[in-house]
Ligand binder design. Structure first.
Ligand code: SAM
Length: 201
């Protein structure tokens, strides 16, 4: 098992995803949108997902993800591609589930990106996206992951960087509906939320 202070975040998020969807990992092809250095993809493949793709606009993140994946998994099971999520180099109906953590608030054109998601997802496929540490992460683990994260990013500096805000769940639900998805759940996570939608059959 890969050791990383953020790994519990992805383990609990994967459990949350499976509990809310009933997906059978062995029959599911997954994609992580804005997946960074690939820790969630690692977790999904480790849980037995049939295959996993990661897309990120940052080539350095893709290189980091590919470095992890190539050590851990057979090449047929994963791909890591540098691309904007608004236009992805995948065939129509390629995936059963798309996950995304702390990336959607950076996407400049959400309606167009959700239409692209509708294209690459299979009918009945799920999108599970949100921001933060996950709704089911126990508070003590959350506190230690958060402390380690801020120490890694900021050291002893008092600086904090500002990121764009997120849409309300109602606004996101409306955009997803416009692209052909139904909202399955909105799960609160401290100041943030996780959004689960299913592509209409
Ligand atoms: C805060 S990081 C989160 C990374 C990872 N999902 C995680 O859980 O740590 C946001 C990521 O989204 C990526 N990103 C932002 N806009 C994007 C876009 N339009 N298309 C693809 N990736 C994007 C960034 O390059 C970055 O790696």
């Amino acid at each position: 098992m890969l050791e990383h202070y953020q790994m519990p975040v992805y383990e609990y998020l994967t459990q949350t995803l499976l509990r809310h969807t009933g997906l059978n990992p062995a029959e599911a092809d997954a994609i992580d949108l804005g997946g960074g250095d690939g820790l969630w993809l690692y977790c999904l493949l480790n849980k037995g997902f049939r295959s996993g793709a990661l897309v990120d606009i940052d080539k350095e993140q893709i290189a980091a993800a590919a470095s992890i994946m190539s050590k851990e998994f057979a090449a047929e099971r994963w791909q890591a591609i540098a691309t904007d999520v608004v236009s992805m180099p995948f065939a129509d109906s390629s995936f059963d589930v798309a996950v995304s953590r702390s990336s959607m608030h950076f996407w400049p054109d959400l309606p167009a990106t959700w239409r692209e998601l509708a294209r690459v997802m299979r009918r009945g496929g799920y999108v599970f996206a949100g921001r933060g540490f996950g709704p089911d992460l126990p508070e003590d683990i959350r506190a230690s992951v958060k402390a380690a994260k801020y120490q890694t990013i900021y050291g002893d500096s008092n600086a904090r960087h500002q990121e764009p805000g997120s849409l309300s769940a109602e606004e996101l639900s409306s955009i997803a509906a416009g692209a052909g998805f139904s909202t399955v759940a909105v799960i609160p996570d401290h100041k943030a939320y996780w959004f689960l939608a299913q592509k209409n059959r």
